[in-house]
Design a protein around this ligand. Structure first.
Ligand SMILES: Cc1cc2nc3c(=O)[nH]c(=O)nc-3n(C[C@H](O)[C@H](O)[C@H](O)COP(=O)(O)O)c2cc1C
Length: 204
């Protein structure tokens, strides 16, 4: 298995709808490919980690690198993997905000404007901290032990992460509907996405 992390910059500012489309593409393709990972976005910068079978990840990365929606693609980490660190996510997604950073004591001196390829490629520890929060199993062996001993906290933690993830996606969808509506471009696709989101939110 292979795990690769890369940075890139959006080619043109992406609308909320364009981000929803991108995530839909990931959610459609990645389960079939057996690929999991995390995509973090802010300031027009993408930070993505992908993991899965080596050939599959390499092929997908080739496609992603050629995608015209972004540029300045640079792999910052590539490692052989023995286990999946993001097994809960066909592609987890987070839009980084001042509020999320505020809740991350490990990143005290990191500012939102630092979320750019120059800063991130020079600060691997920051990248690690940003991604680490989304891993299904914490990197710290002591925390793993605590999680193992205390199933209840573990379940609660997963539920919270799931809820935040769904909120993030529902928010993005609502923004895209508002955007389309303001432009008089609401379509059946928006309706379908909303129906699917309602089903997802109802599922516990
Ligand atoms: C920042 C970024 C991240 C992407 N991540 C994925 C991904 O995880 N999985 C995926 O299938 N496509 C991803 N894509 C889209 C691919 O570049 C490509 O458009 C897609 O794999 C083609 O899928 P198709 O062959 O089903 O049309 C990403 C694109 C961008 C710009």
């Amino acid at each position: 298995m292979l795990r690769v992390t890369y940075l890139s910059r959006e080619s043109d500012p992406l609308t909320a709808k364009a981000l929803v489309d991108l995530l839909e593409q990931c959610k459609h393709n990645n389960p079939t490919l057996g690929v999991t990972g995390m995509l973090i976005y802010a300031n027009g910068t993408f930070l993505q980690t992908l993991e899965g079978e080596t050939n599959t990840v390499e092929n997908l990365l080739g496609k992603i690198e050629r995608d015209s929606r972004h540029r300045d693609f640079q792999v910052i980490k590539s490692e052989a993997a023995t286990e999946k660190l993001y097994e809960n996510w066909s592609m987890g997604f987070e839009r980084l905000t001042e509020a999320t950073l505020h809740d991350m004591p490990a990143l005290k001196s990191f500012q939102l404007e630092d979320f750019n390829p120059e800063y991130l490629s020079a600060h691997p520890t920051v990248v690690e901290n940003l991604l680490q929060r989304h891993r299904s199993q914490h990197w710290d062996p002591l925390i793993r032990e605590i999680d193992a001993r205390d199933q209840f906290i573990g379940e609660l933690r997963r539920a919270l992460v799931n809820t935040r993830q769904r909120n993030e996606q529902a928010l993005l969808l609502m923004e895209s509907v508002i955007e389309a509506s303001a432009e008089g471009k609401l379509t059946d696709v928006h309706l379908q996405l909303c129906r699917r989101m309602v089903e997802t939110l109802r599922r516990r």
